[in-house]
Design a protein around this ligand. Structure first.
Ligand SMILES: Cc1cc2nc3c(=O)[nH]c(=O)nc-3n(C[C@H](O)[C@H](O)[C@H](O)COP(=O)(O)OP(=O)(O)OC[C@H]3O[C@@H](n4cnc5c(N)ncnc54)[C@H](O)[C@@H]3O)c2cc1C
Length: 389
């Protein structure tokens, strides 16, 4: 991606954010509750996402994408999550796939896949996690064996976002299961559903992040053309898969920002309407203390996330910044959702209000894209490295 493609002027950014805001208000917010409760994939939102250019938001303009800087992208994601987090999964995971191809793919792979991904003509995701390996990605068991001009893949992936409604995935496999160190024997493949032996499992039932399809993928002697190995060289897969995680973490942080702000906005309105002991509960000190903490958390989450996005856009090393943003903003989302629930009293527990959805959805942010336990380890290691004796 060129430097020029990473810039957007203030007026164009404001125009884009305004269009996203109007779309969220008109199309997303009204369907959130019913789609979440009934766990229905929000098909009606896909056309609007494509029209807004969201499927190509961070893909370079030369491929038909918007080429947005991360700083603008996080504002879009946060705005959507102020009302409903789930729909962002349709284009977030898709853009992680595109990111791997754009950053590490060969010229032919970029030309073949990026224009169609940018337009949303095909959609997909990132398939790393397996039943026995999530945090420990080097422990995956899916194997890719070379057979002439194809690789033959066998294994299983789980918890894959867009597994049911997506068509193509950046899928991590071992090309040399005996390699030491383990990461040196891995490859990242572009695998689509037309590959013989690709089997899509069922949509997994979830406590939150509902409506979006998170599912399993089975590879049963799945034949993948050899030119689908990203970058064309074996042994780079682990590096390529984790190379996109900084952007992924900034993206999760942006979701946390939106949710922390969304919970705060709802609690703020409710606290001024609900009256006890002859006055709005917003005038009780116990509620004010909560709101004060919630405002601070939401603002700090936004600032940390923009700081990480800024470092990313400058091309600076930002694993620590992305980790801090992901960790803090996801915990802020969960804490603000919980405090909002308390402010809503019994109504916070009701599906007639949206707070319980914020509470359920926020937990995903704490687990996904590297658990918050791991984030703190990454932050600490990088901090010490940057401050040697
Ligand atoms: C809704 C949802 C959507 C998802 N979407 C995708 C997707 O699109 N693609 C994809 O590839 N994956 C996806 N995931 C998987 C997700 O990335 C993993 O669940 C996550 O990385 C954690 O892995 P795990 O579940 O195997 O937990 P484990 O790795 O088994 O971890 C269990 C616990 O042990 C802790 N732990 C593990 N190792 C260490 C260590 N070395 N030091 C300290 N603590 C440790 C963890 O922090 C955690 O608390 C999704 C998950 C969910 C829930």
């Amino acid at each position: 991606m060129t430097e020029a493609a990473r810039h957007i002027d203030a007026a164009s950014e404001a125009q884009l954010l305004d269009a996203v805001d109007r779309w969220v208000t008109r199309e997303v917010a009204p369907i959130a509750r019913a789609h979440d409760i009934d766990d229905i994939w929000p098909e009606s939102l896909v056309t609007g996402m494509a029209e807004l250019g969201l499927f190509g938001a961070t893909i370079g303009t030369q491929w038909g994408g918007l080429g947005l800087p991360a700083a603008t992208y996080v504002k879009i994601v946060a705005r959507i999550c102020q009302d409903w987090m789930s729909p962002t999964g349709i284009f977030n995971s898709h853009l992680m796939l595109a990111h791997c191809i754009e950053r590490f793919g060969t010229a032919d792979q970029r030309a073949e896949w990026l224009p169609r991904l940018a337009s949303g003509a095909i959609r997909g995701g990132l398939a790393l996690t397996e039943p026995d390996a999530g945090t420990d990605l080097q422990g995956i068991r899916t194997v890719a064996r070379r057979d002439g001009d194809h690789y033959v893949l066998n294994g299983a992936k789980t918890w894959i976002t867009n597994a049911v409604h997506g068509e193509v995935f950046a899928l991590l496999a071992k090309t040399d299961p005996a390699a030491e160190p383990r990461h040196s024997g891995m490859g990242l493949f572009i695998v689509d559903k037309s590959c013989p032996g690709f089997v899509t499992g069922a949509k997994l039932p979830k406590m939150g992040y509902r409506a979006i399809d998170t599912g399993q993928i089975f590879l049963e002697d799945c034949r993948v053309p050899a030119d689908r190995l990203i970058g064309g060289v074996e042994g780079q897969g682990f590096y390529q898969a984790t190379g996109g995680l900084e952007l992924g973490r900034i993206n999760v942080a942006a979701r946390g920002v939106g949710m922390a702000e969304g919970a705060l906005a709802r609690a703020t309105a409710y606290a001024q309407q609900r009256r006890t002991m002859g006055k709005p509960i917003a005038e009780h000190q116990a509620i004010q203390l909560k709101l004060g903490e919630m405002v601070t958390r939401a603002r700090a989450a936004r600032l940390l996330t923009l700081d990480a996005a800024d470092a990313y856009d400058r091309g600076a090393r930002c694993d620590m910044e992305a980790g801090c943003a992901k960790y803090f903003a996801s915990e802020a989302a969960r804490d603000n959702a919980e405090e909002a629930m308390r402010i809503f009293g019994g109504n916070g527990f009701s599906q007639d209000y949206e707070i319980e959805r914020f509470y359920r959805d926020a937990m995903l942010l704490i687990i996904g894209e590297g658990t918050n336990e791991m984030q703190r380890l990454i932050i600490a290691r990088q901090w010490v490295k940057r401050h040697p004796l």
